[in-house]
Design a protein around this ligand. Structure first.
Ligand code: DAU
Length: 334
């Protein structure tokens, strides 16, 4: 069995590769990654020497790079490669359209031409848009509201169109907010954790009452693997942790973890443009397939805090150069 993983040097992709190599001894993995700012070879240092793992440097938008990664064939493609950060998509949308829509198209063409047996698109609960009440199910209409989520929705629609038009063997997972080791420190939890380690303040957008459903990355990776191996072709599966929390609740949890106070370490800043208030997904379909999240939320957060404390050598180099430029552009004026 050989799987092509795209974007495997990113946060969820690298955790997925580590899990898959650990739990599937017969498996070979090819990792195609463009090494953008969020694709970090240090995320997979521990598997680099594994004979079952091969890295190919390249962009999913480039058909030649995709062909090189497929080589003489793969049994499945799992597409993690994406621009993922909502705030960056507001500053600079074009790259999101390129990678998240065009890149998906290039991979789908390869699936068609090479007759690849399974293609899984890693998507997001953000494609459902702002959910005022209840929980999104897979058949709900897509109402994305940011350049990021609109790009991801565009990718999903391409995948579904290839199913309808060409009978392509596709699956989609829509994951909720994910946290854990190796997450690039622009996202809420690693940004706040690393700021607090450095005794800096944490920037809370607007009133901080927005709600996200949090899931540990190991549960997310396990869910994707489960859908890849057991999902019904053509189907979409929501994957979520079932831990709805406001951003203020997350902030307080992190402040407590680092023994810092709200008064001294929270900076209220202007809200994100078009900020979605709430995401909430119904995960009954993935559960019926035999997957469910295992990591208890407060325990997962404690372990994540400990991981960022113990792995300064991993994140500190990331909070320099390009990141500092971005941080200034994103936060200085608010
Ligand atoms: O829901 C799944 C999505 O979760 C993924 O598809 C995205 O790729 C991923 O980035 C994430 O999107 P969010 O926008 O929800 O994640 P982020 O960590 O950027 O923000 C989480 C919440 O925290 C959101 O309501 C905005 C708020 N926030 C974020 C940052 C970075 C702050 O209040 N301050 C901050 O500095």
């Amino acid at each position: 069995m050989r799987w092509l993983i795209t974007g495997g040097l990113g946060f969820i992709g690298s955790n997925f590769i580590r899990l898959a190599l650990r739990e599937r001894p017969e498996l070979q993995i090819v990792n195609l990654d463009a090494m953008t700012y969020a694709g970090n070879p240090a995320n997979l240092r521990d598997v680099e020497a594994d004979a079952r793992y091969r890295f190919v440097h390249g962009d999913i938008c480039d058909p030649a790079a995709v062909a090189a990664a497929i080589g003489d064939g793969v049994d499945a493609i799992v597409n993690f490669a994406a621009e993922t950060h909502v705030d960056r998509s507001i500053l600079d949308p074009e790259q999101f359209l390129r990678t998240d829509i065009l890149g998906t198209h290039v991979l789908l063409e390869a699936v068609r031409e090479r007759g690849i047996a399974r293609y899984l698109q890693v998507s997001t609960d953000e494609v459902y848009g702002d959910v005022h009440a209840g929980e999104s199910v897979e058949s709900d209409p897509l109402r994305p509201r940011s350049p990021y989520s609109a790009s991801k929705a565009g990718g999903d629609l391409q995948v579904l169109a290839y199913r309808t038009t060409y009978g392509a063997p596709v699956l989609i997972t829509r994951g909720s907010n994910t946290y854990g080791p190796y997450q690039y420190p622009e996202k809420l939890i690693p940004l706040f954790a690393t700021n607090l380690i450095d005794d800096q303040s944490v920037p809370v957008y607007g009133d901080g009452l927005q709600i996200r459903d949090w899931m540990h990355v190991e549960d997310h990776a396990r869910g994707i693997m489960h859908v890849l191996e057991h999902g019904e072709l053509g189907e979409i599966y929501n994957i979520g942790g079932g831990n709805p929390r406001t951003n203020l609740e997350i902030t307080r949890l992190l402040l407590d973890g680092f023994a810092r106070s709200f008064e001294t370490h929270v900076r209220h800043v202007a809200d994100r443009a078009g900020h979605d208030r709430r995401y909430a997904i119904d995960t009954a379909k993935a559960r019926a397939l035999g997957w469910s999240p295992r990591v208890e939320f407060e325990q997962g957060i404690r372990e994540t805090i400990a991981w960022y404390r113990e792995n300064e050598a991993w994140w500190r180099p990331l909070k320099s150069g390009e990141f500092l430029e971005y941080y200034k552009r994103q936060y200085a004026h608010r």
